[in-house]
Ligand binder design. Sequence first.
Ligand code: CDV
Length: 312
Amino acid sequence: MREIVLGAAQMGPIQRADSRQAVVRRMIDLLEQAHGRGCTLVVYPELALTTFFPRWLMDWAEVDDWFEREMPNPATAPLFDRARALGVAISFGYAELTPEGRRFNTHILTDRQGAIVAKYRKVHLPGHSEHDPDRAFQHLEKRYFEPGDLGFPVWRLPADMGGAVAGMMICNDRRWPEAWRVLGLQGVELAILGYNTPSVNSQQGEEGLEKRLYHSELSVCAGAYQNATWAVAVAKAGDEDGHPLMGGSIIVDPDGFVVARAETEADELLVHACDMDATRFGKTTIFDFARHRRIEHYGRICGQTAATPPAG
Ligand code: CDV
C-alpha cells in the first residue's frame, strides 16, 4: 500500500484587517490537529494567507501588499518550521509577486522536511479586469493576476509520501475537464486544489448556495473519476467583510465518491488515509488512456476557444 494520510484544512474567513501572522497561527493550529490525527500531508485553500482581495478594486500602490515576494518569508516561516518539526508536508495558495514584477495566483507543495518541491500558477482566471457595475460584487482576478505560465505539471513525491504522482489546480480550474485530463495524462494519483468561491453568483443572485456547492462537488468528483485519481478540494469559507464564501471542502476517491466532507464554514480539518494504489484499477481498465483514447477526434480541444455552432 502506498499511503498518504491526507488532511484537508478548510479555513474560515479572513478579514481584510487580519494580519498574516494571525492567519499563520490558525494554519499552525490546523497543522497540529492534523499531526495528531496522523496526517502526512495537509492542504490549505487558495490565497490562504489573506482575504479574497480580488473582490476589491484597489490602487496599484495597495495591491502589492496582498502579494508575497518570497516563500517562505518572515510571516510564513513559523508554519514551515512547525511542519518540518512535525514531519508533515503542506500545500497552500498565495498571491505571488516575482522579482520581475509579475503577479500570479500560486499554490505550492512541500515535502515532509519543509522544502518546497512543487509550484503551480493558476491557469483559468475567472472574472474581469475592469470595474463591472453590473455585478453585485467584483471579481478582479483578471486584473491582479497573469494566467499561470507553468502549465499543469505533476511531481513524483518522495517515498515517505507513497511515491505518489501529485498535481495541482486552483479553484476555477476544477470546472475545466481539460485541466484534469492534462494531469491524468501524466498519471496523476492525487489532485490538490484550493478554492475561494463566493456563496452568491455575482451575476445571478437567485442561483443559490445549493447549486453552487453541487457544481463544485460535481466538477471534482467527475475529474477524480474520469482520471482515476484521488482529489482534495479545500475551501476558504465564511463571511469575509460581508462577502460570504461557500464551504463544501471534500476528499474524493478515484471512483469519484466523496469520502470526507466539511460541515461548517469555519476552520475545519478533514482526514482520510488515501491508498495511491487504489488509482490502479481505473487507470488500467476503463480509463486506460493508451488503449481507449481517440486523439484523432480531439483536435478542437486545442484548436479553438469559443464554441462554433453551425449556422441556422
Ligand atoms: N476563486 C475562484 O476562482 N472562484 C471562482 C468563482 C468565479 C466562482 C470559482 O470557479 O469558484
